[in-house]
Write a protein that binds this ligand. Sequence first.
Ligand SMILES: Nc1ncnc2c1ncn2[C@@H]1O[C@H](COP(=O)(O)OP(=O)(O)OP(=O)(O)O)[C@@H](O)[C@H]1O
Ligand SMILES: [Mg+2]
Length: 286
Amino acid sequence: MNTREPAEAGRTEERVLAKIIVVTSGKGGVGKTTSSAAIGTGLALRGFKTAIIDFDVGLRNLDLIMGCERRVVYDFVNVINKEATLNQALIKDKRTPNLFILPASQTRDKDALSQEGVQAVLNELSRDFDYIVCDSPAGIEKGAQMALYYADIAVVVTNPEVSSVRDSDRILGILQSKTRRVEAGEEPVQEHLLLTRYNPARVQAGEMLSVQDVEDILAIPLIGVIPESEAVLKASNQGMPVILDQETEAGQAYSDAVARLLGEVVEHRFLEVQKKGFFKRLLGGK
Ligand SMILES: Nc1ncnc2c1ncn2[C@@H]1O[C@H](COP(=O)(O)OP(=O)(O)OP(=O)(O)O)[C@@H](O)[C@H]1O
Ligand SMILES: [Mg+2]
């Protein structure tokens, strides 16, 4: 799986080797950065050389969730402005081999990322990495569009509520019209739905949309359902991607999502209200 074909002899154009995954949503605060950290770590745990890039200029959340904020010296914008090389700016993850983080700049200039600059960084990374995970800023404006423009694969992070689903639908519109792939007439960006902060009890009480509701509206394949869990906040407070805590349902659900991203068929878990007691299990309850 993890083999890369050598570049064909005599080819002159830039050959993109890494798969570029954008983690996007439209709506803010739905779990993009949490998911980027988990998916990037999960891919690296599978042996793929992976870089996670924080596109959220000015905010810098990814390095906190990855627990590497004290090691940030140079960032994405420094590389684009040629104030640092990619090697200087990439932070090697301290826990997971094969994993690197490119932190966001804390500049207040939201226009600090240029299309050509982003392309140059992605091209350089592509030669050396298997996967590049782009953690998108919120919204559907320039920053979010920049993060998804070069994507091969999109993970559309959605919460089971109307406003989040509506914004995800908007992002799907952009994925289908404003990407390098569409412009070049290539295969479209592969779209995947990642439903996060899912609370089956609240779905049962009619307070949240069900998996089926969201799937019906967005009509893209479901790659995972991450339960609403305190473990996520706890892990991020510790600067640790939750996927490393396989004792937690959220960690397990992210592992399943990574497996599906890699094409494995894995049954969905954590979709139903947990039934208590061994009696129900004895009777065949899930
Ligand atoms: N499955 C979950 N269960 C509980 N809390 C979660 C879950 N996923 C994310 N959160 C919490 O939601 C908040 C927002 O998460 P995160 O920063 O990943 O979202 P985001 O989409 O990247 O936000 P932004 O749009 O601001 O970049 C955080 O406090 C995070 O801990
Ligand atoms: Mg974020």
